[in-house]
Design a protein around this ligand. Structure first.
Ligand code: ARG
Length: 392
């Protein structure tokens, strides 16, 4: 990932909105819960209606409200349901009223193998574009793809995105690409990684508080599923997308969580022209052949026509299952970022969430060449294929 000139603001604590399980409210008089969450003070908590959290509701209804309480309450918000505010209520403040965790109805299709907005792609409490490093818990769906080489050595040479507790989306060229050395085997994924040189990873915030993540997870890959129509030798690299099925279900933490897919009808067909998105990974930088830290850069979507006019000079013909982004000097994805996410942001009636808009496919060499956007597989075109390929 090439860096962009920018500023990095380290902000306060984060509120994670969703849980690893699906919880649905029901009509009973019991307290409905909308999943587990972490409070601004990093306590374990449940996301429930504000009125059901007696303690916080009490603070809100005390006037005058102190500024620090206002801040705490706004950072504790974990969504809306039926226009009512949901709040992240610490376990120790909840009274003993029984809490319902009704299961979603079992659906005959496997659509419900995918998390829905609220359970995926959660935002931090604040965020800044133009930074270089990610925060330790930012983009927790990022995966590094592990290869085992001839001599038994392992290395990470592609990126990917966790989409549920069993599957990672990556590029097909990371699975069966024509320039993958014959003696490399894709054997696993690393999740919960931030700085590849330390384990566990820790970040110190502005107040000097050290925040450490649990050790990263190395999970074996049980099956690689390249897109059936991907042609490794093709110039245009259409259908450059693949799924990796993990050998076991993983548990979500603050540092390991899925991104949403562009499930909404309008997101599936959107081209994202002129829309700002983030690309993230541990790929090549101006200085290093691979970055130690998970980086991000903001890139704008470029129309397929404009992109085609550039790549056409190389006899590369793009299709509408592809999309382009970037093309500004020095801001791009790069070697090693392949398979990683181009991240979009969307707001529906209930949530603002991140979704996987694109998968890093190819781009200019050297990276970050002015006028040469990066090419991405447009994930909206593959939502059906992904859904039908997922198994419980
Ligand atoms: N195929 C590359 C990889 O192996 C991705 C390159 C993206 N390049 C670019 N200039 N956007 O990681």
């Amino acid at each position: 990932m090439l860096k962009i000139i920018g500023f990095c603001v380290i902000f306060g604590l984060s509120v994670n909105l969703a849980s690893s399980q699906l919880y649905f409210p029901n009509e009973a008089t019991q307290v409905s819960n909308y999943g587990r969450c972490i409070t601004p003070n990093r306590e374990r908590a449940l996301c429930i209606h504000l009125e059901d959290c007696k303690y916080l509701y009490g603070i809100l209804t005390t006037s005058p409200l102190r500024n620090e309480d206002k801040l705490y309450l706004s950072r504790s918000q974990c969504g809306y349901y039926n226009r009512k505010v949901l709040i992240c209520c610490p376990d120790r403040y909840r009274d003993s009223s029984p809490v319902t965790t009704a299961r979603p109805p079992v659906n005959s299709t496997n659509t419900n193998l995918l998390p829905q907005p609220g359970q995926c792609g959660n935002l931090l409490s604040n965020r800044i574009y133009g930074g270089v490093k990610t925060k330790i818990d930012e983009y927790p769906w990022m995966a590094l793809i592990e290869y085992t080489k001839g001599g038994g050595n392992k290395g990470h040479h592609c990126g990917g995105s966790l989409i549920n507790n069993r599957y990672v989306v990556t590029a097909s060229h990371c699975v069966n690409g024509k320039s993958l050395p014959a003696d490399w085997r894709l054997t696993g994924v690393r999740l919960g990684e931030w700085d590849t040189t330390t384990d566990p990873d820790c970040e110190t915030d502005i107040r000097g508080m050290k925040d450490c993540a649990p050790p990263h997870l190395d999970v074996p890959v049980e099956r690689t599923i390249p897109h059936p129509s991907y042609d490794p030798g093709s110039k245009n690299q259409i259908n450059d997308i693949a799924l990796l099925r993990l050998s076991r279900q993983i548990e979500y933490t603050d540092f390991v969580r899925p991104i949403c897919l562009p499930l909404d009808t309008n997101l599936r067909s959107a081209a994202f022209d002129g829309i700002s998105m983030d690309v993230s990974g541990w790929g090549k930088t101006e200085e290093l052949s691979a970055s130690n830290l998970k980086l991000k850069a903001a890139v704008d979507g470029v129309t397929l026509e404009e992109c085609q006019s550039v790549y056409g000079r190389q006899d590369i013909f793009l299709e509408d299952t592809q999309m382009c982004a970037g093309g500004m000097e020095g801001v791009d994805s790069c070697r090693g970022d392949s398979g990683g996410p181009l991240i979009g942001q969307n707001t529906n009636k209930v949530n603002t969430y991140y979704f996987l808009a694109g998968v890093v496919s190819f781009g200019p060499t050297p990276c970050g060449l002015n006028g040469w956007p990066g090419v991405y597989s447009r994930v909206g075109a593959y939502v059906d294929w992904i859904q039908t390929s997922l198994k419980p």
